[in-house]
Design a protein around this ligand. Structure first.
Ligand SMILES: Nc1ncnc2c1ncn2[C@@H]1O[C@H](COP(=O)(O)OP(=O)(O)OP(=O)(O)O)[C@@H](O)[C@H]1O
Ligand SMILES: [Mg+2]
Length: 457
């Protein structure tokens, strides 16, 4: 990364700055006023730093700073202030400016600052990847996000990891239940022992017992040798019962027994085995409701519900979107060998507007698909393929006139729908009788309505 955005309305100064940074090996992108600077930032170009004048007619340096914080929160912004405007500089620092320089600009000092920005940028970039590498080597998954909600969950996990308590992870699909289950294991004293995951939804009811408890040779046709179950394999470690809400009632009672006694038998076996496993389970159902409906054993629920943790949906912590998107982008840059990959400002806005019913997994998939589809290195809103589902409500709001009372607005909307239905029916049929039939109304009514709407002749 070498490019620097210079926003300065005085052409002579812009020229001097431009030459100075280029002589130092940077590339300069000059905007002649705040509005132009904001546009360049919103386009999603990534800069080493933004250097902006503070006082400019129209959009000023503060507006440029705001846009930069929004388009690329990590990009350092340096503001230039004239003598006597130090208060504005202080305000800029409060808003997150990296530093400020006074005019007349000391070019050498400025270049030192810019080089520091460059180091800061490259370090941040490497840091994220290093963190991931480190965590991978030590088995700790990278948990991204610093919203209060995710911090709270992370702290809960650290505290409970040290114990042997059963943990119940609840949350919508794609919110990171498995990721957190692994983190609990890795942070626990059991981390050197196995982490065994079982997806209760993926195994047919008739096989799950075999999966969990194993069998003795000859226990059933085809059981040609003794086989250990997951509970046996996980001894000393952690067993992750994913989608526990899908477990059949008869298997639930067996799981309950293990939890109570930590003992079980292999299918067809007479020896009782003792096991020392820590249970972490996850579900995207509401288990207490399942209990009420008689689909989940209440006694098992109480056993599992020792330390419940609810993972927040992505839509309730949109402040983590940028960090998550950056994290996935960096991984894609490496995996797809597209080093300059970036999101345009508008694409970032699209990410924020969307509701993410599939949560982080959906985000991860949307970015991967967009990274492959996009022309060049910039992912645009249209590459994300989420815009159309972004918000039906918003599109309706645009199309309808919602002013006035409830009665008035509804009346207007229903008339608009009626008109559309009528004219569509006329287009699709060759006679009024046919149109009336299609609409499910009497021909008389159709004629009256057409007249009312001024349709037909
Ligand atoms: N905080 C996070 N930081 C980084 N990556 C995350 C985070 N949370 C989830 N992910 C990633 O999102 C994807 C989905 O997470 P995970 O499989 O753990 O969700 P889940 O809740 O188990 O979903 P499901 O209910 O559909 O099984 C994974 O690739 C995971 O690595
Ligand atoms: Mg899962």
């Amino acid at each position: 990364m070498k490019r620097i955005l210079i926003v300065e309305d005085k052409t002579s100064l812009a020229q001097v700055l431009c030459e100075a940074v280029e002589a130092d090996g940077f590339e300069a992108d000059v905007a002649a006023n705040g509005t132009e600077g904001i546009r360049k930032l919103a386009d999603g170009q990534r800069y080493v730093a933004v250097l902006t004048d503070l006082r400019m007619p129209g959009a000023d340096g503060i507006a440029v700073l705001r846009q930069s914080r929004e388009s690329d929160p990590d990009c350092p912004v340096i503001v230039m202030t004239a003598f006597g405007t130090i208060e504005n500089a202080v305000e800029a620092m409060k808003l997150g400016a990296f530093d400020f320089v006074q005019k007349p600009v000391d070019v050498d000092h400025l270049l030192v600052l810019l080089r520091r920005c460059q180091e800061h940028r490259e370090l941040r970039f490497e840091n994220l990847l290093l963190k991931e590498e480190f965590r991978k080597r030590h088995g700790l998954p990278a948990i991204i996000g610093d919203s209060p909600k995710i911090v709270e969950v992370s702290q809960a996990i650290q505290r409970v990891a040290a114990t042997d308590s059963t943990v119940l992870l609840e949350g919508e699909s794609g919110t990171g239940k498995e990721l957190f289950a692994r983190a609990i294991h890795q942070l626990s004293p059991r981390h050197a022992r196995p982490f065994v995951a079982i997806n209760c939804a993926a195994i047919p009811d008739t096989l799950i017992e075999n999966e969990l408890f194993g069998h003795e040779k000859g226990a059933f046709t085809g059981a040609t040798a003794r086989q250990s179950g997951k509970f046996e394999i996980a001894d000393g470690g952690t067993i992750f019962l994913d989608e526990i809400g899908e477990l059949a009632l008869n298997v639930q009672s067996k799981v309950l027994r293990i939890l109570q006694e930590q003992r079980f038998e292999r299918i067809g076996g007479s020896v009782t085995l003792e096991t020392d496993v820590r249970i972490v389970c996850a579900t995207n159902r509401n288990l207490s409701q399942e209990v009420k409906r008689g689909r989940f054993r209440e006694d098992l629920f109480f056993r599992l519900n020792v330390f419940p943790i609810t993972l927040p949906p992505l839509r309730s912590r949109k402040e983590d979107l940028d960090a998550l998107a950056n994290f996935f982008l960096q991984r894609l840059m490496r995996d797809l060998k597209k080093p300059g990959l970036q999101l345009s400002g508008d694409a970032r806005a699209a990410l924020r507007e969307y509701d993410w019913p599939g949560n982080i997994r959906e985000l991860e998939n949307a970015l991967e698909r967009a990274a492959i589809l996009c022309e060049g290195n910039t992912i645009e809103r249209s590459d994300l393929g989420i815009a159309s589902t972004a918000s039906v409500d918003d599109r309706l709001r645009e199309a309808l006139d919602l002013s006035g009372s409830l009665g008035e607005a509804t009346e207007r909307a229903s008339r608009a729908v009626e008109r559309l239905k009528l004219s569509d029916a006329l287009k699709r049929t060759s006679s009024r009788a046919e149109a009336a039939e299609l609409l499910g109304i009497a021909p008389r009514t159709l004629i009256a309505k057409l007249k009312e709407h001024g349709l037909g002749e």
